[in-house]
Ligand binder design. Structure first.
Ligand code: AHR
Length: 335
């Protein structure tokens, strides 16, 4: 540096100063566009009713919405309904009384929303349905839906079984652990699955019951299934979410059954724990259900607050991971 001398130092300073100026000119618009975006959304108040915290998947979904709202500078009023529809209806009514700009909610079940959504419509507050769908006659009661394609997830689960048992010409007996009864995801995951397998008489669903998306119920149900049937009479476990699957795996291991080998397992969500089990060979196929819906929810909510029309349906991008794939490319799931 000393050998550089004053001239060298002067040139060095001017060069770096010039670089700094160039960088400033290049990035200044970016800085202003970020602050402008936050300023545009800052005054928006979004009422968001989540169904609860039944799974790692659900917690990730909640985090995703909260982080996206904070990033956009949107004020989020968050309610956890603790798995009760009446709590959600109460929360939506309080959002209406508070005159929020937009209401977003994850409907725990698909029916029974008519009256409260009519109240929101009369109050002129747009409603965004998130994650799970609703079944309603009057489509004008909500502005749009953003979430997962649960019908496709059911089909994906069945497609894996077609490939897995392609060579086998015998009866394939399936037990199914369903999600929360009356929820669109449980209904569609069952429908999509049957839609594909109904064409193939060798597949038979010998048992199906709801485990409410809970790990504890997955464990209990698998226990009672194994009391009822010998594991030699079960070829496949199809479970509507990873939490129940992980509980069922515990129950199998407790009885010396090798999950993924003695019983083929297909699960939905793609939590890290399920991917790890897939890599260990304890699960055979994991159908992704993408919980990272926050930025899309916030983008649509902001558009609604500006009075814009949004698409009726937005599905998340989702993948399928199975024992037939190379599993090392799967990046950490974060949930
Ligand atoms: O609605 C999405 C489902 O709800 C997820 O599959 C499950 O884990 C959650 O409880």
């Amino acid at each position: 540096m000393l050998a550089f001398g004053w001239l060298g130092f002067y040139t060095y300073f001017i060069m770096n100063y010039r670089h700094f100026l160039i960088l400033l000119i290049l990035f200044l618009p970016l800085f202003f566009s970020c602050t402008k975006k936050a300023a545009e959304t800052e005054s928006i108040i979004l009422g968001f009713s989540q169904i609860g915290a039944e799974s790692a998947w659900r917690n990730s979904h909640t985090r995703s919405v909260q982080e996206a709202a904070a990033e956009a500078g949107i004020q989020l009023i968050y309610f956890n309904a603790e798995q009760k529809q009446e709590n959600q209806i109460r929360a939506i009514r309080s959002f209406i009384a508070y005159q929020v700009d937009v209401i977003a909610f994850v409907p725990i079940v698909s029916h029974g929303w008519g009256s409260v959504l009519n109240e929101a419509r009369i109050a002129g507050i747009p409603v965004l349905i998130c994650d799970r769908e609703i079944n309603i006659q009057n489509e004008s009661f909500f502005a749009g839906f953003i979430g997962t394609d649960s019908l496709q997830q059911g089909r994906n689960a069945a497609e894996f079984l077609l490939e897995k048992f392609e060579e086998e010409n015998r009866l394939i007996r399936i037990v199914e652990l369903g999600g929360t009864e009356g929820s669109s995801v449980a209904i569609n995951r069952a429908l999509g699955f049957r839609e594909v397998l109904d064409e193939y008489p060798k597949f038979e669903i010998i048992f199906s019951e709801s485990g409410d998306f809970l790990r504890s119920k997955g464990y209990e149900l698998m226990h009672s299934i194994l009391d009822k049937f010998s594991f030699n009479d079960i070829d496949v476990l199809y479970s509507h979410n990873d939490s129940m699957t992980l509980g069922a795996i515990d129950a199998m291991k407790g009885q010396g059954i090798q999950p993924g080998k003695d019983i083929v397992i297909v699960t939905i969500d793609a939590e890290q724990a399920a991917i790890d089990a897939l890599i260990r060979g304890e699960i055979n196929c994991v159908v992704e259900c993408n919980p990272k819906q926050g930025s899309e929810i916030i983008k649509l909510a902001a558009a609604l607050a500006r009075g814009e029309v949004i698409p009726r349906v937005t599905f998340m991008l989702e993948d399928v991971f199975s024992e037939f794939d190379s599993l090392y490319y799967i990046s950490p799931r974060g949930y």
